[in-house]
Every structure is written in C-alpha cells, then in structure tokens.
Design a protein. Structure first.
Length: 265
C-alpha cells in the first residue's frame, strides 16, 4: 500500500504534464493560425476593379483587431473593401503587436503600410481604417506620422475604438488583467487635420466615439455592442455610405448601399 500512493502521484503528475503540453501545443497552433508567428504583419489585397476620383486613385490600410484579421470583423471588412474596388493592405495587429511597441514604432509601421497601399493601388490617397485594437493603434500612429506621409491620408475610419491604449497584444489584456499604457482621448483628439468617421455599437458602454469632438467628425451608431452583432455586411455598408457622403456617390465604390445606420455629423 505504501508504494501505491507514490505511483498514483507520479501518474497524476505525468497526466497533468501531458495536459499542459497538449494545451500549450493547441494554443501555439491556434495563435499560428491567427498569424502570431507570421514574418510580416502585412497582407496585400488587390482591388477587384479600379476606382478613381477625378484622376486620383484611392487605396486603403486596415489595422485588424488584437486577434488578427481571421477573428472579428477586420478581415471580413478588408476583403469587402478590396472586392469593391479599393486596393487594401491588411495589417495583422497580433503579428506586429505581440511584442510591445513604442508610439514611434507604430507611426513607422503605419507609414510603411500607407506607402505599400499606394504602390499596391497605384494610388495618390489612402483611407486608413482600424478595427477595435487596430483603431486605437491608428490614432496613436497617426499622431506622429511624418508630414510627407500625412498628406496622402484622405480619411480615417475608427471602428469600435476603446477609451484606453495598449501597445502590446496580451492574453492578460484580453482578460482585463493588465493596466493600459495610456488613455486614448489625447492622441485621438489630435486627428483635427483629417476627416474622421467613428463607428460604435449602440449598446457599447465604453466607446471612445462619444468623447470625440473634432472639426470633421462623423459619428455612426450601429446595432449591437462592441462586436456590432458580428455583422460585417452592415459595417461595410455604413463605411461605404460614409465614404459616399464625403467623396460623393460612386466616386470610390461603384454602387451605393444603405446600412440603416444612424449618422450624425
């Protein structure tokens, strides 16, 4: 009997070790599928058809949420933009922000993405979009964007931005277990040099959008909470409508869509 207890303890320890190893392998594989181990955060999505505005060509940069474009609405939105004629560079936030970044590094990455989108779409102007965590990084990166790059930014679209800034993607942040690096409002309020569209859910309690006061700001309220009912079509229609309202119907996308969104200038 004396030898039975140690054997049981060893078996239990071995079983627990095996569970931990399997769980770690599954987590690593899942993170790999999301793109955490990608060499580059950029994915080029060429336009399905060309879109021009009086000789100008437009492209887009879209920063995904913290779990990358394969999770959430970011990847679906990037695909829809490209499918409707807007060459898009999709930035995998999980890939780039798996290590802590400085605001200067975020600006440099965003400048690279903008130049990449201009090359991809043979474009003069770029629409910069963010989804959730990506929206937070958009206004952080744009704050110190060099003037020679800033002049190419035609519009900024922030989808479900939050009120805090994290400069690293972390599971602890997913669990609300780590303090933010900064409040979001100071850098977001410096977007006074560009038209801004801010989109949030009607039931979202801590959106940055209601706090923003900018000279060329359009607020869009969609049904749902932070996840916008996971309705990518409705989100794309709202963004498409905002672009049409600013640039003119049919000048970026070929057809008009109605989203049922509440738009307030």
């Amino acid at each position: 009997m004396r030898g039975t207890a140690p054997r049981r303890s060893r078996r239990r320890a071995a079983w627990l070790a095996a569970v931990v190893i399997v769980a770690a392998a599954v987590l690593a594989a899942w993170l790999g599928w999301l793109g955490a181990w990608n060499a580059s955060p950029f994915a080029d999505l060429p336009a399905a058809s060309a879109g021009t505005v009086k000789g100008e060509r437009y492209a887009a940069v879209l920063l995904s949420g913290d779990m990358g474009p394969r999770a959430g609405l970011g990847g679906q939105l990037a695909t829809r933009l490209a499918d409707h004629g807007l060459a898009t560079v999709s930035v995998n936030s999980l890939t780039y922000f798996k290590v802590r970044r400085t605001p200067a590094e975020v600006s440099a990455m965003l400048a690279e993405a903008i130049h990449r989108a201009m090359t991809l779409g043979h474009a003069d102007r770029v629409i910069v979009l963010g989804q959730s965590f990506g929206s937070d990084m958009v206004h952080v990166g744009l704050e110190h964007l060099p003037a020679d790059v800033r002049r190419h930014v035609a519009m900024v679209v922030l989808t479900v931005p939050t009120r805090t800034v994290f400069l690293r993607v972390s599971p602890l942040e997913w669990l609300d277990r780590t303090p933010p690096d900064a409040p979001a409002l100071p850098s977001a309020m410096k977007l006074d040099w560009v038209p801004v569209v801010c989109i949030h859910g009607r039931d979202e309690p801590d959106s940055l959008c209601p706090l923003l006061h900018l000279p060329r700001l359009t607020q869009i309220v969609l049904p749902g909470d932070h996840y916008l009912d996971k309705d990518a079509d409705r989100l794309f229609a709202a963004i498409r409508g905002a672009l049409a309202a600013h640039f003119g119907p049919g000048r970026i996308f070929a057809k008009r869509l109605t989203s049922g969104a509440e738009i307030a200038p």
